[in-house]
Write a protein of this length. Sequence first.
Length: 406
Amino acid sequence: MRNPRRPSSRRRPRPSSRRRPPSLVELRRARGSALRMRRMVDSIFEDEHSQRLDALANYSVAAMRAMRAGVAAIGAAYAETAEIKPKHGIKQFDRFLSNKGLDVEKMRPAWVRFVLGGRPEVLLALDWTEFDADDHATLCVYVVTTHGRATPLAWKTHKKSELRDHRTAAEYALIEAVHAAIPEHINVTVLADRGFGNQVLYDLLDVLGWKYVIRFRGVLVEHDGEQKPATAWLGAGGRARKLAGARVTADRTPVGAVVAVKAKAMKDAWFLATNREDMSAVELVKLYSRRLTIEETFRDEKDLRFGMGLRATRIRSADRRDRLLMLLAIAISFLTLIGAASERSGTDAWLRANTVKRRTHSLFRQGSYWYRCLPTMRADWFRKLMSALAAELDDHRELSEMLGRV
């Protein structure tokens, strides 16, 4: 019987742990995406210093490359494209976040104009998001869109422990700042949850000339001279009911109308205060339900598994967090643009493993996938997607509609 071959005593060489150096095509495509980002940033913040715009564009590209909101992750991703050591990239990005010359509040009007464009109407959603590990609470204003994700419009981070008895004042300050940045010809409707349901806010929005649909707690509601708890005004079977000319709370604060609804799928009844007298009860309920799209955007930003992991990022300074949020807003908008280009070019169908025609991946998710593929993508696919992206970037009217269409 033939003896089996003895295993060779020579050791097989271990596979190298070093990454393959990028090819010339990959480098060109990476630099091309950075150039497109720089052009986009230039078009938004025309009055900012050129070096700051360079840094803003480069770190926004790094955030997309890393798909993480951590300082180390973005700094290391920047080092890859800048061809420097990772530790130097991390230190440079850390210094960038502390740069007081990058004033987010000063840059806010330019960002608002970019997102809103020349559209005649906009739907805004207000909400707080908290980062307990850093004692931070960020007030956010988002543009509600039709593609399932809200677009970041304005934000302001505060020390959570210092917000006691000052939260309402912080809300009014940001609302007034956003109002100053929005062109007068744009009609604004504000959507907000129960935490914003108070009489002073109703009066402020009326003074600003904005419409609102704000949920409030089940307090006393007066209609046609009769005052009773809000739950008593629900229609038969919980159907939506609109009470025109109603007054709320024991102070009898007048609002345009109150909508009461308790659908079967609702955990709790909704009581909505609104000055949109032109809409029916059902239309107002549908309009308010669109506020929930900001929860999907929060997941894209904060979740470590499905998003950029902002919840796991430790930042002690409120100003540094606001600068990081500016980077993420730019990165998310650019990735959303790539997703829109995917649908424009028809490549979105390649991501669906089924035959349904409707969208199964958000524009942000599509853009994130295709951006990762850009360096090694087939040449014909690359040209097809980049042509569609160029059309999206050049056509500012369509860009504005996609980012914030009502």
